[in-house]
Ligand binder design. Structure first.
Ligand SMILES: O=c1ccn([C@@H]2O[C@@H]3COP(=O)(O)O[C@H]3[C@H]2O)c(=O)[nH]1
Ligand SMILES: [Zn+2]
Ligand SMILES: [Zn+2]
Length: 245
């Protein structure tokens, strides 16, 4: 069984040439949407994917480029597809996702909670959750913004997908050298300093064997100017499918 990933967007929060950094993961016949940002609905539409085609959605953190499309997803699933969508989320995100992000737009009449709109599956942090055959996801808390929870994901034990995270070479080294990670999709900021994301200059300090398995996403509109300036790392292409495990 193969598991693959297609970035429906590879852009930073402010990019205009690329959609928000959201992904589709296909494991056999199971289709997971990883983050659904402001441009998520348009990006899915562009690929001919309807919300009703998704088996579940997983959320990394509550910035708009990662969750800003969830209100439309919830309403479309309720009123167009008439099925409750499955929502996977690291357990500590449940309260902020509802109270700080979705409550204002979704509540009406008796519909007053996250569970009224989603079939919520809480994931323990630091432990693997089997989402489907061939799709096991471990949320790892990673530093992004002071006071805001953010989770990266270890998928099937060998694929690390960074949510938005600050540069953390110790974690990457541990994942590769001790836990057997063979592929890394990492968010990046093109120009230093990388304050809330890793910047390319920081990522270039990674050992060669880690760079060789690292692909870059969540980039700004000037990404083409940086092709050839990323060491052994390469940029992920929006809409292209990559085999994961
Ligand atoms: O302290 C801060 C907080 C935020 N920001 C910007 O706002 C963006 C929000 O989405 P993002 O997390 O993809 O990227 C963030 C940055 O581009 C920043 O530069 N410094
Ligand atoms: Zn982001
Ligand atoms: Zn963010």
């Amino acid at each position: 069984m193969t598991t693959s990933i297609t970035m429906i967007g590879t852009g930073s929060a402010f990019a205009k040439r690329y959609y928000n950094n959201n992904a589709i993961i296909d494991a056999d016949s199971f289709r997971l949407l990883l983050d659904c940002g402001i441009t998520g609905p348009a990006a899915l539409h562009q690929l001919g994917i309807r919300f009703g085609d998704l088996d579940a959605v997983l959320v990394s953190h509550t910035h708009g480029d990662h969750v800003g499309g969830l209100e439309e997803l919830a309403f479309q699933m309720m009123f167009v597809h008439q099925r409750k969508p499955v929502l996977y989320l690291p357990q500590p995100l449940r309260e902020p996702l509802w109270e700080h992000t979705l409550k204002g737009g979704l509540t009406q009449g008796p519909l007053q909670s996250l569970d009224d709109f989603f079939d919520v599956r809480e994931m323990p942090v630091g432990e693997p959750t089997t989402i489907a055959p061939g799709l096991v996801v471990e949320p790892i808390q990673t530093e992004h913004i002071e006071g805001r929870l953010s989770y990266s994901f270890l998928i099937n034990g060998t694929f690390f997908y960074s949510a938005d995270m600050k540069f953390n070479p110790e974690l990457l080294q541990q994942l590769v050298d001790e836990r057997g990670v063979q592929l890394i999709f990492h968010d990046c900021q093109l120009i230093a300093p990388g304050v809330v994301h890793a910047c390319i200059d920081e990522l270039l300090t990674l050992p060669e064997h880690i760079q060789a398995i690292t692909k870059l996403m969540h980039y700004g509109d000037t990404m083409p100017d940086f092709i050839g300036r990323t060491g052994s790392m390469s940029f992920i292409e929006q809409g292209k499918t990559y085999e994961v495990t």
